[in-house]
Design a protein around this ligand. Structure first.
Ligand code: TA6
Length: 304
């Protein structure tokens, strides 16, 4: 984004002592939040949260040290916005995995200093950034981020056309953990999941999830909170979602992380776990003309 845009963004949306806009080294425009509760960085490309750290705590969100902050390229880590499909496109193999929303420029539409000291910033995906060959539907897509003691993210889809459409979507969040050996993920016990690493076989979760090899599971028909219990950081991360009927748990483990090439060191995969709030597979969402659908999540931490 050119320098004048940064100047215009600051003139219109900066909040003294809380929110400013800047360009990363490669020119990527970001919003930088630093308030009484937390710090956060959000790229305008994809409305992609790159960082969130409550004051006095370890970072909540993981970003690969080798993440490519390049125009049009997906970013390894943070909170990728997957929309209007999740994973591979159902029929068009040439369409980008996880949709196009995360790699196109979003616009800032509002910023607010909230009474509790949190900072709220709203983004919108301009229709002009939507490739009509991939998505020939009239819609309004917004992402609202509230950074405070907790991190709240809301992905809102409005059908402004005159025919229904179906979306798959996710907040594909990478969480920072002490080490895969130290964490258990709970909240999905007895849920049915599709196991990507075992030909998408349908299975049932027995007990807590631990990470001792590649894990890539799409849990369906569940609206429950998930917890990442991290004995190493002596903290629990709570993922409290609404408007999402699927949850994905993913860690690439050694080979897959190495193949992806943007996990940084050979052990980069050990410091992250994805617990994603999703609507996919049998949980894709049909949005009627004039209707609005929201997928929202609140991320919080508790000491253990
Ligand atoms: O959500 C898990 C997953 O679908 C994995 O299968 C893996 O592909 C991951 O997303 C990352 O996808 P990306 O396109 O960001 O490299």
């Amino acid at each position: 984004m050119s320098q004048p845009d940064i100047i215009t963004l600051n003139q219109k949306f900066a909040i003294a002592g809380q929110l400013e806009f800047a360009a990363e080294a490669n020119g990527m425009a970001v919003a930088r939040i630093a308030n009484h509760h937390a710090q956060s960085t959000i790229a305008l490309q994809g409305a992609h949260i790159l960082a969130f750290q409550p004051n006095g705590e370890a970072p909540l969100i993981w970003l690969s040290p080798a993440a490519k902050l390049a125009p049009g390229k997906s970013i390894r880590g943070g909170v990728p916005v997957c929309w209007p499909w999740f994973g591979a496109h159902a029929t068009a193999s040439g369409f980008p995995a996880h949709g196009f929303a995360r790699t196109v420029p979003w616009q800032v539409t509002a910023s607010t200093a909230l009474p509790d000291g949190s900072t709220r910033i709203a983004f919108e995906l301009p229709q002009s950034a939507i490739p009509s060959a991939q998505w020939p539907h009239a819609c309004r897509v917004r992402l609202i981020v509230t950074a405070g003691k907790t991190l709240a993210v809301e992905l809102i889809t409005e059908n402004t056309g005159n025919a229904p459409f179906k979306i798959g979507e996710a907040l594909h969040t990478y969480f920072a953990i002490s080490d895969v050996d130290n964490v258990r993920i709970t909240g999905l016990e007895d849920c049915v999941y599709l196991d990507k690493v075992d030909d998408w076989k349908r299975k049932t979760q027995a007990g807590a999830i631990t990470i001792t090899s590649e894990v890539d599971r799409l849990y369906v028909n569940t609206e429950k909170d998930c917890l990442i219990e991290d004995a190493g950081l002596r903290r629990r991360i709570r993922i409290a979602k609404r408007g999402s009927r699927s949850t994905v748990v993913w860690n690439p483990w050694i080979e897959k992380a190495a193949k992806m090439g943007d996990f940084g060191s050979d052990t980069g995969y050990r410091g992250m776990a994805c617990v994603e709030s999703v609507n996919a597979a049998e949980n894709v969402v049909s949005v009627a003309p004039g209707a609005t659908h929201a997928l929202s999540v609140v991320y919080s931490t508790e000491k253990i």
